[in-house]
Design a protein around this ligand. Structure first.
Ligand code: ADP
Ligand code: TZD
Ligand code: MG
Length: 582
């Protein structure tokens, strides 16, 4: 190159600028984030376009809550924060439920929302979509940040990533005012301001004395039990967890989203004897599971206590990354604070090879309960009632998942949730995605899209007809991106069923009842997907097999006996009772 040309090149380089749009994209990309789930509009439309132009995958939804749920589950599955992108005020609020749900479930995600003019918002002068989003987000997520200057974008993204994935994972809000996107800085200055986060989720090694305390307690146990929670699934320490279970010979119970961490058909699974092992155990090792309502707070009748608040006498060892989780519901005798990989690794090292299996009478008693309950279940599943009930339909799903263990199972509803959880065995880690800690309805299609986008495996979504309604419009999204999602609606005509009557005899139907005989399959056909109406297990089987084989977006309307469910499924007792007699 001649000297004149060099001079020109240098000049144009020194004048080269970048802007807020590109700096946000570059900051995400250098941190390995390649996908955005969102919904466009002022002020982030061009950001979404430019992100796609720069090679990111930008998945557009029909409602922000579903984009947020997709981001959250992507975070759970990959340990990288899932990104949700929304417009200001209403879009932000629509995404916020998903962010808060992600935080509640310890899933890492970042909600990025555009926001309106700061000086107008702060003086409450009535801007377009005016809202003090940062203040609102703060109490509802793990951390919240705002970036005002393009030079700070690198730091803003780095802080958001670290907050989302380090320690106990959770949701982070990142506020990006409209003005930020157009701000320019010299390209080289901008580039230098970006941060590639080193070791975003540092290992947290447990203290040796804490490990010894846990081992001592476990060693003395007569009736030990291991409880695996979704934290254990998230941690991706699958081999070590399996080794710990198998080398100690201790029976284990998987929480809902920990199903498949070890195959549900494993000899040591005590899932079919849950109501026997919880009150029966003397020492319980919790791995990434909180003693919240889902475990009856570690006390009360479920655990063999005399009344609903009484301690059942168990000693607890708890592995968790959050020190504050300890003693939150009952006394934790051996807290083991650290990341699950490091904690389980340390226990394995301490256990060595000569660990004595639990006493035979404990294992034998569990085996007896288990085989009795499994036989009873097999009998129920073999029936073929007309109309179909949850059991005969889910017996098909059980076979399909067994034949396709890599498929991801998304699940929501009440009866549709509880029956699926107990009937459909899972074989691999992080394949079961459901309503989580809140028991929230509406995760279905967001999780299905998120799982299909970040993984290669087909997705099967088992949905209550009510549950599906919360995110049902995303069937268009599933068709638009041609995702391998097979939705099965357990259609029992309403919330828990379709049999309630309006006691006044008035024209309105009861609050739990929907249009009878609705054809959800036609919704799928409207967008070019495959719709099937299935009234028998054979029809359901054929349709599911074809959906898995073809990988075409499919919705099967499975017609279920409207009397087959119970109020709230398994958690009927949480409904308050009126003292007044009718
Ligand atoms: P489940 O609903 O399956 O019982 P929870 O959501 O109640 O599970 O509990 C998950 C727990 O796992 C949380 O307390 C969280 O702090 C913890 N956790 C998440 N990731 C890790 C990790 N990598 N190491 C240790 N603990 C973790
Ligand atoms: N709204 C939200 C966001 N979450 C909730 N959990 C509920 C409402 C209350 N709710 C449940 O807990 S389950 C359920 C609702 C509305 C739906 C149950 O009906 P379904 O399932 O059709 O999905 P089944 O199979 O008929 O029981
Ligand atoms: Mg229903």
């Amino acid at each position: 190159m001649g000297s004149v040309e060099t001079q020109v090149a240098t000049d144009s380089q020194s004048q080269e600028v970048t802007d807020g749009f590109h700096l946000v994209i570059d900051a995400l990309k250098i941190n390995g984030i390649d996908t955005i789930f969102g919904l466009p509009g002022i002020p982030i439309t061009d950001f979404a376009r430019k992100a796609q132009a720069e090679g990111m995958r930008v998945i557009s939804f029909r409602h922000e809550q579903n984009a947020g749920n997709a981001a959250a589950i992507a975070g759970f599955m990959t340990q990288k924060p899932g990104i949700c992108l929304t417009v200001s005020a209403p879009g932000f609020l629509n995404g916020l439920t998903a962010l808060t749900n992600a935080t509640t479930n310890c899933f890492p995600m970042i909600l990025i929302s555009g926001s309106s003019e700061r000086e107008i918002v702060d003086l409450q002068q009535g801007d377009y979509e005016e809202m003090d989003q940062l203040a609102i987000a703060k109490p509802l997520c793990k951390a919240a940040f705002r970036v005002l200057h393009a030079e700070d974008i690198g730091v803003g993204i780095a802080r958001a990533i670290r907050a989302a994935v380090s320690g106990r994972p959770g949701g982070v809000y990142l506020d990006l005012p409209a003005k930020l996107f157009g701000q320019t800085v010299e390209a080289q200055v901008g580039k230098n301001s970006l941060i590639k986060v080193v070791d975003p989720a540092p290992r947290q090694i447990p203290a040796p004395d804490a490990v010894q305390r846990a081992l001592d307690l476990l060693k003395g146990a007569k009736r030990p039990l291991i409880l695996l929670g979704k934290g254990a699934a998230y941690a991706q320490a699958d081999e070590d967890i399996r080794a710990l279970v198998e080398r100690t010979g201790i029976p284990y119970l998987p929480m809902s989203m920990a199903k498949g961490l070890l195959p549900d058909t494993h000899d040591q699974s005590a899932a079919a004897a849950r109501s026997f092992v919880l009150p029966g155990a003397d020492v319980v090792l919790l791995i990434g599971a909180r003693l919240n309502w889902l475990l009856s707070h570690g006390k009360g009748k479920t655990w063999g206590g005399k009344d609903h608040k009484a301690w059942g006498g168990q000693k607890f060892i708890q592995i968790d990354i959050s020190p504050q989780e300890m003693d939150s519901n009952v006394r934790i005798d051996a807290p083991l604070v650290g990341d699950i990989g490091s904690c389980v690794g340390a226990l394995l090292a301490g256990i060595g090879s000569g660990w004595a299996k639990p006493p035979a009478d404990w294992l034998g008693a569990i085996e007896e309960r288990k085989s009795k309950n499994l036989a009873k279940m097999a009998e129920t599943l073999a029936k073929n009632p007309v109309p179909m009930n949850f059991h005969s339909a889910l017996n098909v799903v059980r076979d399909i998942v067994k034949a396709n263990p890599d498929a991801v199972l998304v699940n929501e509803g009440a009866n549709a949730l509880d029956f699926t959880r107990s009937i459909v065995d899972m074989y691999k880690p992080r394949k079961r995605l459901d309503v989580g800690t809140w028991g929230i309805m509406g995760i279905g299609m967001g999780f299905a899209v998120g799982a299909a986008v970040v993984g290669r495996d087909p997705v099967i979504a088992i949905e209550g007809d009510s549950a599906f309604g919360f995110s049902g419009m995303e069937v268009e999204t599933i068709c638009r991106y041609n995702l391998p999602v097979c939705i099965v609606i357990m259609n029992n005509n309403g919330v828990y069923g379709g049999t309630d009557k309006n006691p006044t005899g008035g024209p309105d139907v009861a609050p739990t009842v929907f249009v009878k005989g609705a054809r959800y399959d036609k919704m799928m056909e409207a967008f070019g997907g495959v719709g099937v109406n299935a009234t028998t297990p054979a029809e359901l089987r054929r349709a599911m097999e074809e959906a898995i084989r073809s990988r075409k977006p499919t919705l099967i309307n499975a017609v279920i006996d409207e009397t087959a469910g119970t109020e709230s499924g398994r958690i009927t007792s949480l409904n308050p009772q009126s003292a007044k007699k009718k």
